[in-house]
Design a protein around this ligand. Structure first.
Ligand code: ATP
Length: 202
């Protein structure tokens, strides 16, 4: 599922409507300090359903709305629209047949967020699942924030391995292995207990 275009309006420092075309392949965002690079990445996480204020570097969810600047009054709403190529028809029903998906999220002061896919109002969960199924989403290792590469280089080998395993999609296998080991241990304890009872009965 390829991201084609990202549009922002009233989101953080992007008070005026802004548009980013996303070409196939690796996309990097460069610019001077404070120009809004991280805000662009955050808008992408946000439209995919990110719901923690901390992940948005704010105190509350409404902090994503333009808060005003010299000569510009604050806004009352923010909107981000992500255009996604669905020509392989991998999106779940009822959107499977649509070649292009426009996923939007809008927040209004005091009224919370509304999500839409191709104009149809949906739940946050629907948007989160759409991207989770496409192996992306707000926590995807495909979104590399500023400083993350140098963190990876400077990390201790064990931590670096954890990050690489997450990116490789094997982190979930470790959790399942741990669960299987716990079940195995419980079964062994039961067998021992059965053994004891058997001996008592002999
Ligand atoms: P750096 O390279 O220094 O990390 P950056 O390019 O990643 O910077 P961002 O952190 O994306 O920049 O943007 C920071 C700017 O966004 C700051 O000027 C900050 O005041 C502005 N900003 C953040 N939230 C809001 C908001 N709700 N309303 C208005 N401006 C905001």
């Amino acid at each position: 599922m390829h991201f084609q275009r990202l549009r922002l309006a009233g989101f953080k420092s992007f008070v005026d409507p802004a548009e980013v075309q996303i070409e196939p392949g690796l996309t990097g965002i460069v610019g001077p300090n404070g120009c809004g690079k991280s805000n662009v990445l955050e808008s992408l996480r946000w439209v995919m359903g990110a719901n923690s204020a901390k992940a948005m570097r704010g105190q509350g969810m409404e902090d994503v709305i333009f808060a005003g600047a010299a000569g510009r009054p604050p806004r009352n709403h923010a909107e981000v629209i992500l255009t996604v190529d669905n020509s392989q028809h991998r999106a779940p029903q009822p959107f499977t047949d649509q070649d292009v998906l426009e996923v939007s999220r809008k927040i209004e002061r005091g009224r919370g967020s509304t999500y839409r896919i191709n104009g149809k109002e949906v739940r946050a969960r629907d948007v989160q699942l759409l991207f989770a199924d496409a192996s992306t989403g707000a926590n995807s290792p495909a979104l590399v924030r500023q400083g993350q590469i140098s963190e990876l280089i400077a990390a201790k080998p064990q931590n670096r391995r954890r990050i690489l395993e997450e990116a490789g999609g094997v982190a979930g296998l470790h959790t399942r292995r741990h669960e299987a080991e716990l079940r195995l241990k419980a079964a062994e304890t039961n067998l021992d207990r059965l053994d004891d009872i058997g001996k008592e009965l002999e």
